[in-house]
Design a protein around this ligand. Structure first.
Ligand SMILES: [Zn+2]
Length: 146
């Protein structure tokens, strides 16, 4: 390994470090997207139980204890990801910051399935009714009402 690295030119090294940087950005994006999905799922369930206010600092712990997927996640990593996701959700007007530094859901969520790619999206009524994966507008309630 050492030998291999020592044969790399400065240009190769720069290329490699840029590549690693790019990969880590993409990985973080994928992770953030996935956490956003679970966070929307969490908000959807809480809202249906009448809970509309959340503390950002406790969301990470809630996610780790609620979802098997994140059982072994490090709390600090989770909180860092939650910070990114929450900023994005504030931009999209799904949540807003209140005066006492809580987060408030701006309206209820619909759980919708895309007719094209079958992805489940949790959409707030302030958001465009488009699939969060493929942007299709052909969405129906999930599970479908009969
Ligand atoms: Zn779709």
């Amino acid at each position: 390994m050492y030998y291999y690295l020592s044969t790399l030119s400065t240009k190769d090294c720069r290329f490699l470090s840029n590549l690693i940087c790019l990969i880590s950005i993409v990985m973080r994006d994928i992770q953030a997207n996935e956490i956003e999905w679970y966070l929307r799922d969490h908000f959807f369930r809480q809202f249906n139980q009448g809970i509309q206010y959340f503390k950002k600092d406790s969301l990470g712990g809630e996610m780790i204890s609620l979802y098997l997927r994140y059982r072994n996640y490090n709390l600090q990593d989770m909180n860092d990801m939650i910070t990114i996701v929450v900023e994005n959700l504030i931009c999209r007007q799904v949540i807003k910051k209140t005066e006492n530094n809580s987060l408030e859901l701006t309206s209820r969520f619909s759980r919708l399935q895309c007719s094209k790619c079958f992805y489940i999206s949790y959409l707030n009524s302030n958001e465009p009714r488009n699939c969060l994966r493929c942007s299709s507008s052909e969405l129906h309630d999930f599970p479908s009402k009969r």
